[in-house]
Design a protein. Structure first.
Length: 318
């Protein structure tokens, strides 16, 4: 499947709403919240960690969001924005679309959000197809990872043999999480075999300023999730050795030129690959890839009170 889109955005920055934070998702470039004619939900990394990295808890403070979940750690979680279907929410990680092309609905599974070094989550509610295409009929959720080079380490443990650990240094990051979990099938029907979950991820980002007017940035991340499964939820639903495995590889590269009159030009591209295996009801293997190239020209302070953004993108999904 090939896709192509053009972007034109004429922004009035004098409208004042919400808190004065620097946000990206609403305009596809840096903008202060006070300059936007609508509000954006924003959850920081510290707030995310304080809620245990559980999406429905961490994002529950944002009005208009609702979750549906199928169980404990690693089980599927769907997000709906203002009642729209889950497949109508576009999800980005550091600007890279991660909606699952292997899913019939193309929705993103919020049970597999990368936990290592999450910086913040921005939620843009309402139709955003002009900026982001048909996947964004309900809204956009963008997950940002930390881009600094500080050294950080964290180790957590809890019940159900739960372990979370992560390490970051010099722009690179790694994380591992596991939980013994509990049976996905109904325990009241005699199903007692626990269905565990394991996730590990590696990633990194680097910026290179070749001169005063040119900046190059590269991001890469690999994540693998493995969730134990059951064949059904009724009597005898437990099944030993059945699992679902999903791996994702993400890569993006962006070049930014600073032009006269505070204008800037961005040219970049991204690639993501999905690989899934599920032996719950037989051995099934699926693979999908998506790439795109995009450009964005932004002129702030046009005529003193406006800004103008022009862009386009082309990509292919197989």
């Amino acid at each position: 499947m090939r896709f192509f889109s053009l972007i034109a955005l004429w922004l009035l920055p004098n409208c004042v709403f919400g808190e004065d934070k620097i946000l990206v998702t609403a305009t596809r470039s840096d903008a202060q919240a006070s300059q936007l004619p609508f509000t954006i939900g924003n959850v920081g990394g510290s707030e995310w960690d304080a809620n245990g990295g559980i999406p429905e808890t961490a994002l529950g403070s944002i009005p208009g969001l609702s979750f549906s979940t199928n169980g404990g750690p690693g089980q599927s979680r769907s997000l709906r924005i203002r009642g729209a279907n889950a497949e109508h929410t576009l999800v980005l990680i550091d600007g890279i679309p991660v909606n699952d092309p292997l899913s019939p609905s193309r929705s993103f599974d919020f049970g597999h959000i990368p936990l290592a070094e999450l910086d913040r989550v921005e939620v843009l509610k309402g139709p955003q197809s002009v900026l982001y295409g048909s996947d964004a009929l309900g809204g956009v959720v963008q997950i940002f990872t930390k881009q600094d080079e500080q050294i950080r380490a964290k180790l957590e443990g809890g019940s159900q043999r739960t372990l979370n650990t992560r390490l970051a240094a010099m722009g690179f990051r790694a994380g591992y999480s596991e939980s013994k979990g509990f049976s996905s099938a109904d325990e009241r029907e005699g199903n007692s075999e626990p269905d565990g979950y394991r996730q590990w991820n590696l990633g990194g980002s680097k910026k290179f300023a070749l001169n005063n007017s040119f900046l190059m940035q590269a991001n890469a991340q690999y994540q693998e999730n493995k969730t134990d499964t059951d064949r059904n939820g009724g009597p005898g639903g437990d099944s030993l050795g059945t699992f679902s495995r999903h791996s994702i590889f993400l890569f993006s590269e962006e070049n930014t030129w600073l032009l006269p009159a505070d204008a800037e030009l961005k040219l970049g591209g991204s690639f993501n690959a999905h690989d899934r295996e599920d032996n719950t009801n037989g051995s099934d293997f699926f693979k999908a890839e998506r790439w795109k190239v995009e450009s964005l020209l932004r002129q702030p302070n046009l005529l003193g009170t406006h800004s103008l953004s022009l862009g386009g993108e082309y990509g292919e999904e197989t």
